[in-house]
Write a protein that binds this ligand. Sequence first.
Ligand code: PLP
Length: 408
Amino acid sequence: MSLSFGREYLAIPGPSVIPDKVLQAMHQPSPNIYEGPFAETINSIKRDLKQVAGTSGNVALYAANGHGVWDAALSNMAANGEEILVLATGQFALHWSELAKSQGLNIQILSFGNRATINTAKVWNSLKNDKGQNIKAILVPHVDTATSVRNDIMALRCILDELGHPAILCADIIASLGTDAVKLDEWGIDVAVAACQKGLMTPAGIGILFFNKKAEEARDALGQINAHWDWRIRASSDQIYPSFFGTPPTQQVFGLRAALDMLLREEGLETALRRHKVLAEVIWSAIDKWSHPDGIRMTVLDPAIRSHGVTSVEAVNGGGIKLQKWVTEHMGLTLGRGLGMAGPSDPECRDFFRIGHMGHVNGHMVLGILGAIDTGLKALNIPHGGGALAAATSAIADFTKSQTPTSI
Ligand SMILES: *Cc1c(COP(=O)(O)O)cnc(C)c1O
């Protein structure tokens, strides 16, 4: 027998845990899509999404997953044969660049490996060498979900401004929206790609594109593009049908409405971001204690460039895949697979796994993940240091003590 029978826990970096309130909000018949209050439901979601992303610009919605809005963003930024610069800190930007290639775009990739952030000097050089300023857009992940590296996007805006380069700065904020601080306007991001199934706690199906005035003008200069991906009608209309260019994913809209209420009104955005940071630090404190040269360790060494919603972990000698199987079989916990972290000798990324801790996650859930991993390390005889769970519980206790005490 195993101890997995009970509530299963999918602790992967998306789809994330769906709150009961979101599930319940979705459990209702489809609304009238010709007229009535559903238009305001959609419009209120657009307003709230802009608040979460820190922008007063435009937002367009799509019945699509993240790959769909990757495509949508490209279609609105560049035409066949035009040049795009891709800054890769992991698998996700590379997948995005494949999609761009399939659209006939001319791709230049700067890759910074799987454990480091963007080298701004290299970006500076690439843009400076672009004498004709032919690069139309820069694609960059804010958080790369495969490596769990978080990049400083504002630093890229500074480079573009200093060089007077007109490229559109386009960030993938799919893994960071609602999880890490995202400030589109302050950071000078022209276009941002998001989706609802990560920090926004809703089943996959709503893709989100943010774009500012500059991006809007660049889009207008392109002339005719694929009408389905065109962000203009979706962003400008307050009517139901044009907002999703067809039938809206009605139940997802209800779910996202409930999730945004939780995020912005129940908990508050700042508090939610703080919760993510504290819980991420709790996870890292445990991994630091486990750390062992023949066992398990963090892949991203500098905490300042780590995502607060996903953590990539290395466990050598196939420890990554063994642990994933063990915690599923014995604990009812699913961890994320390693993605693109290893070379050709390990195409399955057997030496890696990821912990998803984005969205609807609290202290006992994180301790459950850490307890299950700690148990697996023991059961599988994977070399590791001791004191990880004590470090995690102390980190939480210390955090609560640092808060204003509540009277009983
Ligand atoms: C999840 C994710 C995607 C892909 O989203 P899908 O909905 O699976 O298409 C793209 N980029 C980042 C950073 C992600 O985390």
